[in-house]
Ligand binder design. Structure first.
Ligand SMILES: Nc1ncnc2c1ncn2[C@@H]1O[C@H](COP(=O)(O)OP(=O)(O)OP(=O)(O)O)[C@@H](O)[C@H]1O
Ligand SMILES: [Mg+2]
Length: 158
């Protein structure tokens, strides 16, 4: 496993970091966002959506569980499983979504359905710290995302 840790001091820094993450992502990629309520998961999703040319406003997906957005560079599925109840998973059209391979999949609160997704994914965990500070931990378990993190690390250094 490879990790990259980014310490954010404020909202702006998280947004800038998310934009850099976006620039290292491709169609078909899957990104998990975990961390407590108000950590900044949706903030990051919005920034990534903007990068991929999504013009529609990203709204909460926790009631619908899944929303699709069309972007100029890639389409995007925003998933929020905060309210997922056991057994609900198979009525959502996840299979079709995963077969598409042309959309980006960004999932908040993925834990309840983690086994349902392919192992080849980027996992982001946001840890709340004092006031506006956040520790953002990116974990890559596969070669593809380990390479992605190497690319991202170079962009952060600049
Ligand atoms: N360093 C920071 N990074 C990200 N967000 C921050 C930071 N500091 C303060 N914030 C604030 O924290 C909030 C994060 O909200 P957001 O909706 O992204 O949380 P979330 O993790 O998606 O929560 P939920 O689990 O309810 O969906 C925003 O109001 C944002 O302005
Ligand atoms: Mg959210």
């Amino acid at each position: 496993m490879k990790q990259l840790i980014f310490n954010s001091s404020n909202l702006k820094e998280t947004q800038t970091f998310a934009k850099k993450i976006a620039s290292c992502l491709n169609k078909g990629d899957i990104v998990f966002f975990s961390g407590p309520i108000g950590a900044g998961k949706t903030i990051m999703v919005k920034e990534i959506a903007k990068f991929f040319g999504v013009k529609d406003k990203i709204t909460s997906a926790s009631f619908s569980l899944m929303k699709k957005y069309f972007g100029t560079k890639a389409d995007l599925y925003h998933i929020d499983l905060f309210r997922l109840e056991e057994g609900e998973m198979f009525n959502l059209g996840f299979e079709e979504m995963l077969e598409e391979e042309t959309s980006l999949i960004l999932a908040e609160w993925p834990a309840a359905a983690a086994d349902f997704f392919p192992k080849n994914r980027l996992e982001i965990e946001i840890v709340l710290q004092k006031e506006d500070k956040r520790k953002i931990i990116l974990k890559a378990n596969t070669l593809a995302y380990q390479k992605m993190l190497e690319k991202l690390a170079k962009k952060i250094k600049r």
